[in-house]
Structures are given as structure tokens and as C-alpha cells.
Design a binder for this molecule. Structure first.
Ligand code: DAH
Length: 361
């Protein structure tokens, strides 16, 4: 018996290369290499040959088997690539098409509030500064005059990060406030400084009025003659613009923060008559922020001469002022990712707040 191995190989390979889809390719594989396939059948015939002819024909058949298997693999790869390309072409999205905000997609109230804050302080000549969420202990605490063992550290419910071996590493934290951005700015800029720093902050605290992640905005002004009057005026202007109430009543209460001296907490005048909260009227007060004159030690630690410069700083909770302005009663709903909530409290994405057209769309 002589087998036309070359003819068999050519015929199979030609048909493999013409296979139009993965299904017919699989059928061809079974026909050629399957248990009852043609090459397998030829192999079974080898037993009837004399030893020399058997060796020769066996080698030839094995070579055919390899070539056919190789051709199937190559064809399979090609068909799979083609199928993927067809799928990608069919699912292509034109990202340059205009958005249709009237149909879907709302801006989260936190994003809206941050945009409003930036619009107001931007108009006053502030720049936006940034720092990382993962901060070192030095900038989050020590450089803000909160040395190790300072009792203020206990109040921060700090998340410490683990090192590469999984051990808690006391030198790296999730920032507990945006104040370390003050340090970063002072370390790298020569005054005059006028920045705000909105961003995420973290504390290991979770109940009705606390979430482990929340947002703050920090403010820092440093110059030769900056004084408490500037701080008051700046916050007064901000609150009037943000709450859209002329001459909004503010109350500065003496307080304590390690990084400011003197320090104050600021309350905004409001009314809670009939269970409804109105900002800017009535005889009730609501705390909205902490502030003060930057402590000379804090200036010095970041390389600014306190004999030459002085400054003020403030820190505000963004969720809190968003809740007050937009009547959102429950803090935790901010982070529920409930699209019905977002649909109700969210904002049209293309209406960037400006002081000229108005903050709120
Ligand atoms: N970092 C403070 C906190 O998270 C808030 C704060 C208070 C920031 C006074 C300031 C400031 O810049 O001057 O509780």
C-alpha cells in the first residue's frame, strides 16, 4: 500500500484555509485528526506494512499530522481575530457625539458643591492645590503641630496603612483632613500664598452622621500682613456667595486647633421653624467650619519665616454645606450609589457653576 501523504496534506490544508468560521474549522479538525479521522485511519493501516515501509510511512504521516494541526491553529487564530474585529466594529461608540444630559447622567452633589466652591474662591484669586489621599504621618500630623502622643491624634480615628509585609506601618495614613495640603503648599511655594484644597478625607468612624470617607476643603492664605480681619471677610464673602444670601449672619466662636492660634469655629445663622431649615435668617446657629491664624510653629516647620509672614487657614466639611444648601437630610445617602437619589439630588452636567450666570443651574 502506498499512501499519497502529500496529496492528503494539501487537500486538508487547502480546505482548512478556506474554512469560513470556527464551526466548519472544528468539523475539519474532526475529519482529519479525530478518532475516526482520515489521518488516524491511515495510521491504523501502518500495521500491515513491512518494518521499513512502516517507519517511512509513519514518519510521513506524523509530519502531515503536524502540518495539518499547525494549519488548523493558524486558521483558528485568524478567525478569532476576525470575529473580535467584527464585534468591536459593531459595538463601536462615537465618543465625540454630544452628551444628552436631559436624558441621563447627573452630576453628584459633591461634585457640584466642589465646583461651586472653586468658582467662588477662584473669583477671589485663590488657586486649587492638591495632595494625595495616602499621606505620611509627618504631613498629616507632626508638621501641623500635632506631634506623636498629642491628644488630638486620638480624635482623628486614623486609618494607618500596612507596609509591604502586611504589618501596620505607623508612618503612612489615609489623610484624616485636607490640612496636610497646607504643609505641601508651604514647603514648595514662596508667599504670597492663596490656595484652596478640596478633596477626600478618611476617618475610621461610621454612624448616622459620619462616613469613613468624606470631603473637606482647606483654605490657606499667607502673606506679610494677612490678619484675622481678612479671614473674617473672606469667609463672610464665601458664605454669602455660596448660600446665595446677602449679609448672611456668621458667628466666630473661640476654639482650639493645634495648627492655628488663635482658632475659631464658625456658625451660620439659621432658622428651624416648623421643621424647615432656612439659612441666613432666624435665631439658631449651625457650625460649618474651623479656622484660625496659622501657628508660627507650623509656618516655621514648612520653611516660612514667621517673623516675616503670617497667614490664615480654614477647613470645611463639603457634605455638610451641601446638605445645608440642598436640603439633603441624610449624610449616608451620598455614598449609597442609588441612581434614584442621584436623579433627584443630582445636577445637569453641562451647567458649570459661575458667579455670573449663577451657581446653581
Ligand atoms: N483640619 C480640621 C479638621 O479636620 C479643620 C480645620 C480647622 C482646618 C481649622 C483648618 C483650620 O485649616 O484652620 O477638623
Amino acid at each position: 500500500m502506498t499512501i499519497d501523504t502529500e496529496g492528503l496534506a494539501q487537500e486538508l490544508i487547502e480546505r482548512i484555509e478556506r474554512a469560513q468560521d470556527l464551526q466548519s474549522l472544528e468539523a475539519l479538525r474532526v475529519e482529519a485528526l479525530g478518532k475516526k479521522g482520515r489521518i488516524t485511519a491511515e495510521m491504523k493501516q501502518l500495521g500491515g506494512l513491512d518494518p521499513d515501509a512502516r517507519r517511512e510511512a509513519g514518519q510521513a504521516l506524523n509530519a502531515v499530522k503536524d502540518r495539518v494541526a499547525g494549519a488548523i491553529e493558524a486558521r483558528r487564530k485568524r478567525l478569532e481575530d476576525q470575529a473580535l474585529e467584527t464585534q468591536l466594529a459593531a459595538e463601536a461608540v462615537d465618543v465625540s457625539l454630544p452628551a444628552r444630559p436631559e436624558r441621563r447622567g447627573k452630576l453628584h452633589p459633591i461634585s457640584q458643591t466642589v465646583d461651586e466652591i472653586i468658582a467662588i474662591f477662584g473669583q477671589m484669586g485663590f488657586e486649587v492645590a492638591e495632595g494625595p489621599d495616602i499621606e505620611d504621618d509627618y504631613k498629616n500630623f507632626t508638621a501641623l503641630n500635632i506631634p506623636p502622643e498629642h491628644p488630638a491624634r486620638q480624635m482623628h480615628d486614623t486609618f494607618y496603612l500596612a507596609d509591604a509585609d502586611g504589618r501596620v506601618d505607623m508612618s503612612t495614613v489615609l489623610r484624616t483632613h485636607t490640612s496636610p495640603v497646607q504643609v505641601r503648599t508651604m514647603e514648595t511655594t514662596t508667599p504670597p500664598i492663596r490656595v484652596i484644597a478640596p478633596g477626600r478625607t478618611y476617618r475610621s468612624d461610621s454612624d448616622m452622621t459620619h462616613t469613613p470617607m468624606f470631603h473637606q476643603v482647606e483654605g490657606l492664605v499667607v502673606d506679610k500682613k494677612t490678619h484675622f480681619g481678612h479671614l473674617k471677610g473672606c469667609l463672610q464673602d464665601f458664605c454669602s456667595a455660596y448660600f446665595e444670601v446677602e449679609d448672611v449672619p456668621l458667628r466666630f466662636r473661640p476654639s482650639y486647633f493645634p495648627f492655628t492660634e488663635p482658632s475659631a469655629e464658625v456658625d451660620i445663622g439659621c432658622s428651624r421653624k416648623g421643621g424647615e431649615l432656612t439659612i441666613g435668617a432666624g435665631d439658631d446657629w449651625l457650625e460649618i467650619l474651623g479656622c484660625g491664624m496659622v501657628h508660627p510653629k507650623v509656618l516655621a516647620m514648612s520653611g516660612i519665616d514667621p517673623e516675616e509672614y503670617q497667614g490664615f487657614a480654614f477647613g470645611m466639611g463639603i457634605e455638610r454645606i451641601a446638605m445645608l444648601k440642598y436640603g439633603i437630610p441624610d449624610l449616608r445617602t451620598f455614598f449609597d450609589a442609588d441612581v434614584r437619589w442621584l436623579d433627584h439630588y443630582g445636577f445637569a452636567p453641562l451647567e458649570a457653576p459661575t458667579l455670573i450666570r449663577g451657581l446653581t443651574p
